[in-house]
Design a protein. Sequence first.
Length: 636
Amino acid sequence: MSMTPLEEIRHSCSHILATAVLRVFPEAKLDIGPPTDTGFYYDFDLDHKFTMDDLAKIEAEMKKVIDENQAFTRKEVSRDEAREIIKKIGQERYKLGRLDDIPDDEKISFYQNGEFIDLCAGTHVRYTKQVKAFKLLSIAGAYHRGDEKNKQLQRIYGTAFPTKDELAQYLERLEQAKLRDHRKLGRDLKLFHIDEDVGQGLILWTPHGSIIRQELQTFISEELRKQGYFQVFTPHIGKLALYKTSGHFPYYKESQFPAFAEPDQLARIAGEGCSCAEMTARLEAVTSQFAAQMNERTGSNMITPDRIMDADKLLDGFMLKPMNCPHHIKIFASQPHSYRDLPVRLAEFGTVYRWEQSGELNGMTRVRGFTQDDAHLFCTEEQVADEVLGCLSLVKIVLSTLGMSDYRVRVGLRDPDSNKYTGDAANWDKAEAACRNAAKTLGVPFTEEPGEAAFYGPKIDFVIKDVIGREWQLGTVQVDYNLPIRFDLSYIGPDNQPHRPVMIHRAPFGSMERFCGVLIEHFAGDFPLWLAPEQIRLVPISDKVFDYGRDLLAQLRAAGLRATMDEHSDKLGAKIRRAELEKVPHVLVLGAKEAEAKAVSVRTRAAGDEGVQPFAQYLERAKTEVATRALAKKKA
């Protein structure tokens, strides 16, 4: 297996890590240790729980291994020889399973450095001294093979770079990322809350966070009206048969919440076509087992057998909505359409639900319930190109308004060797050509990535890079010839005959939760004036100017601005410091001179102390800054 020079350094460092761990903890059992986009990790089975003090000891031992300048040597062996080597080094618990994963037609190899030998396809640097700059970063739990049914192992994460300067720069970015962590800022700024009693992965939007979300929704809604969209609303659940027709149930079955049925449905379905008690008993056993599994996964006992049904047998059951598109399709199909009606553009801020493993949940960026700024366009084949371009322009407007310029474009295509896609190959070819041609108009480089398409069609994804180089797929546009066929959609063409529409799925934000999580980190909580939950804070020097402050507060609020006044008895410096910690964009200091002159002393987070201005002048400035959705300009 070929690796880049950086991947070789990081892969070699993972082996050096394992070497050091076995020196410090000889009883450790090893699973895997690959390189990653940002570093490397290795998974260990060890009764002792690693601590940060342990990492310091392991790091010191790794430096010794590097100084020993051990050579990395490769040895190819037969499968039987590999088993003997694994047993000899006492690592059969996980390595034998990894050996069985290797196809019969692939070579089996081990790499050895010093006393350490590991089942590995490679590649590595030649000597350990070629690893010049590394750092162990953190410890985490990781289920063996990513399956929560398996034992949880301990994963040590690290990173490595060719030079110490590059490592130092990366570590500085990590420190900056900690300051920007949306989970910490979300808590400190009271933007959102996750409560165990509600459930992990389910976001409670607090008043401040709700303001940001509502402003974003208002912003995109204005753009949608300009482009001729209609807003719709759909329920949070639907019949299972709907998602079987769309394909979401069979294709995404493992990532969905279980289907459920009323007790009378359960009894009726169990008896349909079979009067024997054995069928009823079997179905009851299935539901009992499934309920137990779900309760174990969710840590509750709220799921009971009489509410759950084996979804493959369920005909009239319901499930939480995994996607909005089947509901929008039914709205389109609810009335006849002529070619003159097309395109029909239906938009919704629709909440959907996915079952994510608990270990994969992460604040707002990986959740179990999320709201998409979703839309589905139904058009003629001749309209596809223009409609896709319109969707792409919407994504670009969103990103440019928010100053998110560091992104790449990915055209997700089907993998010809996979069976996860539905529909006719000719239609896939047309849809993929439409995505390619549209991506060429964006003026930025794009990549084509087989295997990244949705099961029903190819897509154009906007992949945003955050402050530490992590990538997040946010906005997306998808071309779909298949769902209109699965739902037998049609419109009447100029020849007075039925024709099949093409469907375009698009979501500029993607998920409101993920987008806001990334946005919090993008701005480090310092939102531009139009987005800030609290835009302006009046800070009176003394209670003698409270009346003046209250008059200004009324004017600000009448102008639609979100303003408060700090009437605490604290000193001025403490009030200003409090506003800074709460990241209020504009602070207006009021004293006797300001009151007499009908003025304010302006302090902004972007530029600092801006001096005294007439209040009327400041008010117009603030209104303009909000109306234009301007980004704050930092002081030079």
